[in-house]
Design a protein around this ligand. Sequence first.
Ligand code: C2E
Ligand code: CA
Ligand code: CA
Length: 523
Amino acid sequence: MPVFFQSRAGRQCMSIVGLGITLWLLGTLLRFDDSLASFMTDFGAYGADKLVLGLGIAGAMSFIYSVLRIADLRKEMELRVAAQAKADWTATHDHLTKLPNRYAFERKALARPIKNDEAEIEEWDDNVTIFSVDLDGFKKVNDLVGHKGGDELLIEVARRICALGNADCVYRFGGDEFIIVAFALTAQREERFAKLLIQAVTRPIHIDGFAVEVGASVGYDRWAEGAEPLEDAAHRADLAMYEAKSRGPNHFLVFETSMQDKVTERASLETRLRAAIANKDIKPFYQPLIDLKTGQLCGFEALARWTGEDGIHISPPVFIDIAEETGMITALFEDLLAQACSDALTWPAHVMLSFNVSPVQMEDKLLTSRILKVLSATRLPPQRLEVEITENALIQDPAVAAVILEELHAAGIQIALDDFGTGYSSLAQLARYRFDKIKIDKSFIATYRDDERQEKIVRAMLGLGRSLNIKTTAEGVEEHGQLAFLLQLGCDIGQGYLFGKAMPAAEAGIFISDRNASLASTA
Ligand code: C2E
Ligand code: CA
Ligand code: CA
């Protein structure tokens, strides 16, 4: 039925026409036409015939007017329907790739459990697998070819994914995440499809003369049709994808219940961490840094320690990671730094305080002012503070990182490049920024004896420090043999279990006096 007749105006028009026909039939039946004729004859002298003619013409004019308005109304209705369809498309599709979006998926998901449409039952009859695909290294592409280039890449990726299967069942869930709904796949074919997805995405894409490559992490799971909304399966596919991503680029995984457990555990840890930060339950411990030439203590590295209410120790990389992701790192950092600065004031003036700054903090333009505020509140001279940053911290936002390093230097704070050798652009970083110290990662110290190449790298790193006039610290010194090797190669500072593990503030005080006493006795 034409749209017009479904509208209110259309229905009214039809009612009026119906009423007119009924009245006409009634008039004919009651011989109203005869009465009208005799009325005109009787009152012709008074212009009754002219009045009826006038009424007839007015009726005809009204009819023409109505037809014109109806035509207008129809056009308007069509425009409105088209606008509605456009708005609907806009709300349910991604403008860039033209793929349906998360909202479209949710709408389809909502419609799913109720099986009242024969065609749909047919369409979804076999098992349904949801694949979640997230690009690896997409941010770097944006940095390399700009946002326009990034857009082009997303369009091409969408095209390639669609080419693998039914285009109606590929969704873009914002950013660089895609969801694919696949039908009737066996476990083997699901695995093959996941591999195909990775292959399709990772083939180089040519943008502005660059052959750009991105990776893809894929997670998937079956939909328990009838027992759960489709979104639940998409959520599990997401969890599997995140797990795959954590194993490095271009991995795929099918969902396992342990992944859900991990997420629940993490959520609970996040709640506990929030409370621990508020209650100041996380404390800085101090690991000694020893001047290898004199044997004297030259500093302490502050390392965060958290023992849960159950007495179980939670490892720093675990809770620092959560603090970084949830934005709690700033509060934690300021609190720990304030405690550490107060403790450092009780140490001899030549003993430095080394403090770790995590990569996300290097994107915080207010970092320097936050540090200076803590220093002035605790009255620790900036010259006694050294911040340790890793190479990763410099690649997130190099421009902001460069400004922060300049500001820190200008304030008199020292900067150490932490975990040196484990990043992927060490030499470039050394040339670009000014560091006061490089800390050779403990993995090199642990393995140099078993692997000749590692030994050569340690030698080269120490040589590099010497020629650039930057002090070197060796991390993870656990044995006398390692100490002798480092001494022989001219390493400046040693840190590791051989000298002492990270200890609470009170023990650090005792360590200082013991060290002084033992040095005095050997002198
Ligand atoms: P890192 O900065 O490289 O810290 C050195 C890590 O090596 C510490 O682990 C320390 O306990 C350990 N270590 C020291 N000597 C030895 C040794 O001889 N052998 C071995 N096997 N390990 C040794 P920890 O305390 O578990 O910290 C791990 C990482 O967590 C740190 O690595 C640092 O990246 C991060 N972290 C710790 N505290 C903080 C903090 O307050 N803020 C930030 N942003 N990160 C922190
Ligand atoms: Ca460190
Ligand atoms: Ca380190």
